[in-house]
Design a binder for this molecule. Structure first.
Ligand code: GTP
Length: 423
């Protein structure tokens, strides 16, 4: 493996002295953590953990509280003092100890009960990897409370932004539209939490951006009002760090599930390219820009003699060729919108390109496709494609696609394996 490949991997440290537990953790890590993205080091004592930390940078650690040379959680202190997020594994549950450790800033406290608890701990590592890319905005007028929330969120590796009141929060959100979660207090100068939620909801709905309202104990009704105004959830102050983390994760996971469903609805099951449905919705925006003067080219392509390809090599080989086509299209046109229209027909929308530029790119792709076949078992399969490219806007995106389709059939009539553009 090259140095650069291995250095891109996240390094995880597991500190555990029990061979049985270690075996289970190794097995779960092997199943759950993609070895392309993670490298895991195992240590059986504090001394071994120290040697690892001296040599490498760790993304996170899973550590047992009781080790032969560190019977009282010293390894956790050591890991935290090196600013490594730490998930603690413990043989027995103690309320007092749990609270102490959470206050020290560990990510979580996991009791070694069954393989499910180890699986939970390993999943937390994946969660931390996701959190690294998530922006959270904390809106609080009290500096102490704001800093406390920041500390808790940073323990879980979130990117934290701050605002002192609603007006400032709207500015921050405008500057960072990729914020995924807002945690907001109610009582603030300039603009309170309710008004902030109301204004945010005119721009982003609950499945794009989660909002958690904070309310204090004595104002019980506030929590329900937050939800009625458009917040996803609320949390009563004062709260335990664990409570905050649970709410945050719960709300982010809901958003992620909805986004995964939307993504699946927009994708073709075989090639994982976008489907016709998505092409039309993304294409409408591009078509509107084209009407205002930005160039747009549309290419429609089709694998030549695909029926006889299927007949000669079988349907499975046909599928492999379609998947191969999807991979080459994604690679070659990552800047553009690529989609499978259906069957063996594909489309690329090329905004910003003139007819000549689009035709040149398409001809390069045609040659690449002809050149690079795909293996199915021992069989090396090759095929060719015909392509139609148009820049005539016509009266709709649909008419552009029809026109590109007509040009494609001209390419077929002219003998296939060619590109035909506007005349
Ligand atoms: N393996 C496989 N074949 C498919 C799939 N979808 C459509 N096809 C096949 O694609 C073939 C398309 O054939 P035609 O449109 O008649 O094309 P052709 O006449 O063979 O070739 P050209 O005239 O060059 O377009 C049909 O045999 C379909 O069964 C798929 O998902 N998998």
């Amino acid at each position: 493996m090259s140095q650069s490949m291995s250095s891109q991997k996240k390094r995880i440290l597991v500190v555990e002295d029990s061979p049985i537990v270690l075996k289970i953790i190794r097995h779960i890590i092997h199943q759950e953590l993609n070895s392309k993205h993670y490298h895991v080091d195992y240590a059986e004592s504090l001394a071994e953990a120290q040697a690892c930390v001296a040599e490498h940078q760790y993304f996170a650690a899973l550590a047992d509280l009781n080790l032969p040379d560190a019977p009282d959680g010293e390894v956790v202190q050591y890991i935290l003092s090196n600013k490594i997020p730490c998930i603690v594994l413990t043989g027995s549950y103690s309320e007092e100890r749990r609270e102490k450790l959470l206050m020290m800033g560990i990510v979580d406290y996991v009791v070694k009960e069954s393989r499910f608890s180890y699986a939970y701990a390993v999943k937390l590592i994946q969660r931390l990897s996701l959190n690294e890319h998530i922006k959270v905005l904390v809106v609080e007028d009290s500096t102490t409370a704001r800093k406390y929330l920041r500390t808790l969120l940073e323990q879980h590796l979130f990117q934290v932004l701050e605002a002192e009141h609603g007006v400032q929060a709207l500015d921050v959100y405008r500057a960072h539209p990729d914020i995924r979660l807002i945690i907001t207090d109610y009582n603030m100068p300039e603009m309170d939490g309710f008004e902030l939620v109301r204004q945010i909801r005119t721009q982003s709905d609950k499945s794009d951006l989660a909002i958690i309202g904070l309310s204090s104990m004595e104002k019980g009704a506030l929590s329900a009002k937050f939800i009625k105004n458009g917040a996803n959830d609320f949390l009563q102050k004062p709260f335990f760090p664990e409570e905050l983390h649970c709410r945050v994760i719960h709300n982010l996971e809901s958003i992620e599930q909805i986004q995964a469903l939307n993504e699946a609805a927009n994708r073709d099951y075989l090639t994982n390219l976008y489907n016709r449905r998505y092409l039309y919705s993304a294409g409408e925006e591009l078509y509107k820009s084209a009407q205002q003067g930005r160039p747009l080219a549309v290419a429609v392509m089709d694998i030549d003699h695909f029926k006889s390809f299927n007949d000669s090599y079988g349907h499975e080989a046909g599928d492999a060729m379609l998947v191969h086509m999807g991979e080459l299209l994604s690679e070659s046109f990552s800047r553009f919108v690529t989609a499978r229209l259906g069957g063996e027909e594909f489309c690329v929308l090329l905004p910003g390109l003139s007819q000549t530029q689009a035709r040149t790119l398409m001809d390069q792709f045609r040659l690449r496709f002809e050149d690079e076949g795909v293996y199915l078992g021992d069989n090396y399969l090759q095929a060719t494609i015909s392509i139609g490219v148009t820049s005539y806007l016509g009266h709709s995106l649909d008419s552009m696609l029809h026109h590109a389709d007509e040009l494609l059939y001209r390419a077929k009539e002219m003998g296939r394996n060619s590109v035909v553009g506007d005349v």
